[in-house]
Design a protein around this ligand. Sequence first.
Ligand SMILES: Cc1ncc(COP(=O)(O)O)c(C=O)c1O
Length: 377
Amino acid sequence: MIPLFSVSMSAAAPAAAARVLGSGRIGQGTEVDEFERELAGRIGNPRVATVNSATSGLQLAVHMVAGGPASAGHAHDPEGEVLSTPLTMEATNWAILANGLRIRWVDVDPATLNVDLDDLARKISPRTRAIMVVHFAGYPVDLDRLAAILDEAEARFGFRPAVIEDSAHAWGATYRGTPIGTHGNICVFSFQAIKHLTSGDGGALVLPTDELHRRARLLRWFGIDRTADRLRNPPDVPEWGFKFHMNDINAAIGRANLAEVDRVLARHRDNAAFYDRELAGIPGLELTERAGDRESSFWIYPMKVEDRESFMKRMDDAGIMVSNVHERNDLHTCVREYSALLPNLERVAPRVVCVPVGSWVTDEQREHVVETIRKGW
Ligand SMILES: Cc1ncc(COP(=O)(O)O)c(C=O)c1O
């Protein structure tokens, strides 16, 4: 079976982790500091705060900008809502619920599978506390258009909701020439097992301001200042926080893999370019948008097919693992109260399917994928 996902682990990672394990210091320390410095250099933004997962990072991001009842200094906010996409991993949206905020679903753009920015513009209201977008599959949302929508909202309502870019799929993706993480919003990356860059488990917030960076670094560890002399002069905690920090074991694994992630990413992109060429123009099979001003990381390779069930059966019979990867989140019982009419999603969700595109997919295997798809038509 050609797998849809695989772990990209550097051969140097076991020794790097073993060094930390034998050092007597396995908590958050110098490996985390170094990992953050290296991540900042790659992204081109010095304001990086690692965490133990993107899920924690998203929860902390919503907490910092939209703080619901759990947030320091905020009153209970029963009306507060966060606009978000239903086509994502549940982690994106449960971070909103974890902060006691309501979800207002925004429809998806069938061309990109990202949030539909027209629908988003329509749904901003005085109740909007934040906006969550996902770079689905690693294909960047049109961030300039989003900024223009926020300019209009600010002129109309007198406030500008913060944007959180769930960048879990988007390591290495660029928008208008610069990496995701440099466009003025909070970004949250995932270093979970099967991402381009893995630290075993882990994530990072990449922040647009020094103040948010300062808060993220404090709130990921109870709000306690780890740089203070905690034995002789224990610092006060002005704002309480969580236990979301990364440790040196995960950071060491992440650093070993960071040294090789460019090769991993390049192979995802090379396989995607092959599919783009070979699968273009097949009637009944639609590829997603490729705009010239952005570059996807192709964590997955989604396409849209008319009869997904028989497509999946054919691929399975040919030894190719395929899946839609993420189920729409809005149909879960726990979010029934937020249900909304989402006509684009209704039409596109049953057609989405992803084929193996990662660095482990060989030339022969990607040819087999293309031939199997072509034969079925
Ligand atoms: C879009 C999206 N957001 C968030 C997450 C959560 O990431 P993590 O497993 O690092 O918590 C994932 C995980 O796959 C994801 O796909």
